[in-house]
Design a protein around this ligand. Sequence first.
Ligand SMILES: Cc1cc2nc3c(=O)[nH]c(=O)nc-3n(C[C@H](O)[C@H](O)[C@H](O)COP(=O)(O)OP(=O)(O)OC[C@H]3O[C@@H](n4cnc5c(N)ncnc54)[C@H](O)[C@@H]3O)c2cc1C
Ligand code: SF4
Length: 310
Amino acid sequence: MIKCYAAWNPSDEDRKGSASGGVATLLARSVISRGGVYFGARWDSSQRRAVIAWTEKDPEKFRGSLYVLADFPRETWQALEAFLKAGRKVLFVGIPCQVAALNALRRQFPGQLICADLLCHGTCAPEDLSAELAFLTSGAEGAVEVSFREGPLFRMAVWSNGMRVSCKKAAQSAYLRGYLEGVTLREACYHCPFASLDRTGDITLGDFIGAEPRNASFAWPHTPEAETLLYQCGAVLQEHPLEDRLSYRPGILEPTSRPKERDAFLRARARLPFPSAVRRTLGFRIGTDPLRQAWKWLHHQAHILKNALS
Ligand SMILES: Cc1cc2nc3c(=O)[nH]c(=O)nc-3n(C[C@H](O)[C@H](O)[C@H](O)COP(=O)(O)OP(=O)(O)OC[C@H]3O[C@@H](n4cnc5c(N)ncnc54)[C@H](O)[C@@H]3O)c2cc1C
Ligand code: SF4
């Protein structure tokens, strides 16, 4: 029997900001407490993009799933290599195609670079998310925060300069619906070679769909180092046969299938900006109510003024 775990972080606070059981944060803390470094994806609010970054002290800033391809800058890659050369332990948590790109380094530094590959439904293109955020913030300049999920609930919330400007459940959010229904993924994701049982990392993490408690993480270690890290990190572990996780297939047995609406979306995308193309494809209203837009703009200006005066 191949075994895996339903795993969760005993801290309510940690789980609140995480996509599932908050295990990534525990693995990161465990590596950091032994002098290691944690690499993962986080949101850069001033640049309005997801980036691969690293930390030696605050893995909490890396919690939550970002449904977009994160930028992996050359200097971050070089920093990762430098840490390994200096003899430091490194934990990388990311999507399987990123982990596959790190595999040569993993072989070069055995046991020193530990990679966790996430089960992956797919990612949207960064420029599509940028266009959606510009639309939702009515083109306002400045910092933008975004979150896609509150525990098991898919909900896209957007903050512009500290003020929440949009918060919609999956059914009402064009971006989330396009993502979850698989209409707006990057083309490569429909043919992803990593959506299989042949995993790229030392440990696979995902959502343990079907286990109790609801919203536990799925954790499946593949190497002795990853197994030890999982046992030592402080997660509550519930052993399961792997079959218990396989009934929900995407990401682990096969890639997300390419829906029939995909071609209509691409045709719309060729002549319209992303926000209009996805709304047209999914049957959302495209035009925005001018009164509502004016109200949003006034509200936003009032917030900027209040910040300037305080
Ligand atoms: C794009 C994406 C698609 C996913 N699809 C599925 C799926 O189909 N089925 C499933 O079971 N699980 C999926 N997951 C995994 C799942 O949502 C959780 O990330 C996983 O259960 C770990 O949860 P956690 O609570 O332990 O950690 P969290 O604290 O929620 O996880 C944070 C970790 O996720 C990483 N991360 C977040 N966004 C990105 C990104 N854009 N690129 C690279 N790394 C990122 C960060 O590095 C961080 O280490 C997906 C995750 C992502 C990012
Ligand atoms: S589905 Fe595959 S190719 Fe697409 S982001 Fe995930 S791992 Fe990368």
